[in-house]
Design a protein around this ligand. Structure first.
Ligand SMILES: [Zn+2]
Ligand SMILES: [Zn+2]
Length: 261
């Protein structure tokens, strides 16, 4: 992994003083307050981690010379925790799970890597450990540590708040983004796998759970999906599917009753 922390820090320092002298003077960024308002509306409150997420997204735009939030899919964000910071990152960058431009690698870290999928440049941003303590210096009126972080993180220079590393990805961005409409059927469970997430094991095409360790274990299962009545012209007196329908519905009722849905 190519990490040039010194170069990143130098760029950060330069950005904190002369953002427009960074080599990408045309970069358009939505104002911090506008992004925080949007994040708070989505989240139903504003908290320090959302501020961190928004600041990370804004800095990524500056370092990668991209206009954010994006309306296309050029930027890919890989966030290292779920929760509040991820929402801030989404709002600032325009990267969303639903648009396949945001992925969660849950390391339990408020950190994220931002990948320009056109140039291959990738920058990983992490809040400085000292930022929590230094926040109070930037928000002397704060009534609590929480409020000091909420306000201080908005006011601190990026070079005090965040550290950056230029990184290369273990899996190329193109493979992470994959072909969205690619579909196969798992040879073990019969379920459909999209987005090239299947794996090959000893010549068999499998979904990841069937090929490895799934995050779930099946405890109850409904009968196979109801395929509807068999057409009368096939000459069958009674459709097995319709015969089983009442039992299927009873079983499904049991499953739903005993689930947390
Ligand atoms: Zn929150
Ligand atoms: Zn499977």
């Amino acid at each position: 992994m190519a990490i040039d922390g010194r170069r990143a820090r130098l760029r950060l320092r330069r950005h904190s003083i002369h953002v427009t002298s960074s080599g990408c003077p045309s970069t358009q960024m939505a104002p911090l307050q506008t992004l925080l308002n949007a994040s708070a509306a989505l989240h139903h409150h504003l908290c320090p981690k959302q501020v961190l997420g928004v600041r990370m997204g804004m800095l990524a735009g500056e370092l990668l010379c991209l206009d954010l939030p994006q309306t296309d899919k050029r930027l890919l964000a890989i966030v290292e925790t779920d929760g509040c910071a991820a929402d801030g990152i989404s709002v600032a960058t325009g990267c969303w799970v639903g648009r396949r431009t945001l992925r969660v690698e849950d390391y339990g870290k408020v950190a994220a890597t931002f990948v320009d999928t056109q140039t291959g440049q990738a920058v990983r941003l992490v809040p400085c450990l000292e930022a929590r303590r230094l926040a109070r210096d930037h928000a002397p009126e704060a009534q609590s540590d929480w409020e000091a972080m909420l306000l201080g993180y908005q006011r601190m220079p990026a070079s005090t708040l965040l550290s950056a590393q230029w990184v290369s990805l273990g899996t190329p961005a193109a493979a992470l983004m994959s072909i969205a409409d690619h579909k196969v059927i798992c040879e073990a469970c019969g379920e459909e796998v999209i987005n090239e997430r299947e794996v090959l094991r000893q010549g068999r095409t499998l979904c990841r759970p069937c090929a490895g360790t799934p995050y779930y274990a099946v405890t109850h299962s409904s009968r196979p999906c109801d395929l509807g009545p068999v057409p009368a012209e096939r000459g069958e007196a009674k459709s097995p599917a319709s015969t089983d329908k009442a039992a299927f519905n009873r079983e499904l009722g049991y499953l739903l009753k005993h689930s947390n849905i």
